[in-house]
Design a protein around this ligand. Structure first.
Ligand code: FKS
Ligand code: ZN
Length: 344
């Protein structure tokens, strides 16, 4: 299994995240990437390869043109106002307010915000493009016949909607990968999101489509970020009805409960007869994750990687979250190793 990764990830490293009323060092930090690269090398995985330059064709099918223009211009508009800090949204387009993009950068930030903890820095846009390029290049490996690949994306992507950023995400890497697979001839693609948090952005992008099945296991939104999406009764709309499946779970959920949901999810993916599988891989389901509440152990990651591998689908893993930084490498490696060990 090849890994695609870019050192450009380090270009996105905001000094601050608004958390608990304080500006703290972000949980989503560059060392996460280093620990993963190190753990894969130590286990004999081949060295990461660089992505090709991002092709905007598939990106433009999952994100709006106005939104992409905003991401590209946000920092220069912010800088032009003479602000000293990093760009963060404050006022948001809440219920019963106009859904109209303002001229002012503070207005634009709020208009495109899905959450307000995520800052934009001078070099964020470059890191975001390279992260998406990793997913795209890895998807093209599958298109060329590889049976699996790992896109070591940073920043992550699954909270990025059609025209929304937040939750550390800007472009939806998994959605871009799924679109790449579709455009190369896969008629049906399944996305399995095992990050602790609901992939609200991915759900948003594919909610009215039946060519991409979205299945997510996550903390119940009544108790966990992103709070406003991810309930079990969200099943898709129009042509997409029946092609969105959520498994919200409660605080303290152990592997026994989580793995039953996974089996159910994988059965639904089998019944869909997908040509390829994209896994939004977050290891923040770990028992010692600082911001999450599931109770998976290190060995559980190997177990579920194996369960995914037994389904024998061409599979692309796309990195999402995981904040127990010193364990993120081993936990990620365990999923990929478990997967490989189940391959015929
Ligand atoms: C800490 C609150 C943190 C934001 C959580 C974002 C989770 C991001 C993620 C991703 F995969 F996108 F990285 N709230 N006080 O893990 O889902
Ligand atoms: Zn997460």
């Amino acid at each position: 299994m090849k890994t695609i990764a870019s050192p450009d990830h380090a270009l996105h490293f905001p000094k601050a995240e608004l958390s608990g009323g304080q500006l703290i060092r972000p949980y989503e930090c560059p060392e996460r990437w280093d620990y993963i690269v190190e753990a894969l090398a130590a286990s004999g995985f081949s060295a990461p390869q660089l992505p090709n330059a991002l092709d905007m064709a598939s990106v433009a099918k999952v994100h709006g043109a106005d939104y992409l223009r905003f991401l590209e211009q946000a920092w220069s508009l912010w800088e032009a106002e003479g602000y000293e800090g990093e760009a963060m949204p404050m006022a948001v387009a809440a219920r019963r307010m106009q859904q109209r993009e303002p001229e002012n950068i503070n207005g634009k930030l709020g208009y495109f915000a899905g959450a307000t903890e995520t800052a934009i820095t001078p070099t964020t846009w470059q890191a975001v493009q390279s992260s998406a390029a990793c997913a795209q290049t890895a998807a093209r490996l599958l298109n060329a016949g590889d049976s699996s690949a790992f896109a070591l994306c940073r920043p992550p992507g699954h909270h990025a909607g059609y025209d929304l950023f937040g939750g550390y995400c800007f472009m939806n890497n998994a959605a871009i990968a799924a679109q790449e697979l579709r455009d190369a001839g896969a008629s049906k693609v399944a996305i399995l999101d095992v990050d602790f948090h609901h992939g609200n952005g991915t759900q948003d992008i594919f909610y009215e489509r039946n060519d991409v099945l979205f299945v997510s296991l996550h903390g119940n939104p009544g108790h966990a970020f992103p709070y406003f999406l991810g309930y079990a009764d969200e099943t898709g709309k129009g042509e997409g009805e029946g092609y969105n499946i959520n498994y919200p779970m409660m605080p303290g959920t152990p592997y026994s409960v989580w793995s039953d949901a996974l089996t159910h999810a994988l059965d639904r993916i089998d019944q869909y007869f997908a040509d390829a599988l994209v896994v939004s891989l977050g290891v923040d389901t770990f028992e010692r994750d600082p911001i999450s509440f599931f109770k998976l152990t290190g060995d559980d990651f190997t177990r579920y990687g194996h369960a995914i591998g037994k389904r024998s689908l061409p599979t692309l893993f796309v990195m999402e979250g995981g904040y127990a930084v010193e364990e993120i490498g081993v936990n990620t490696r365990n999923v990929l190793q478990g997967f490989l060990d189940a391959q015929p």
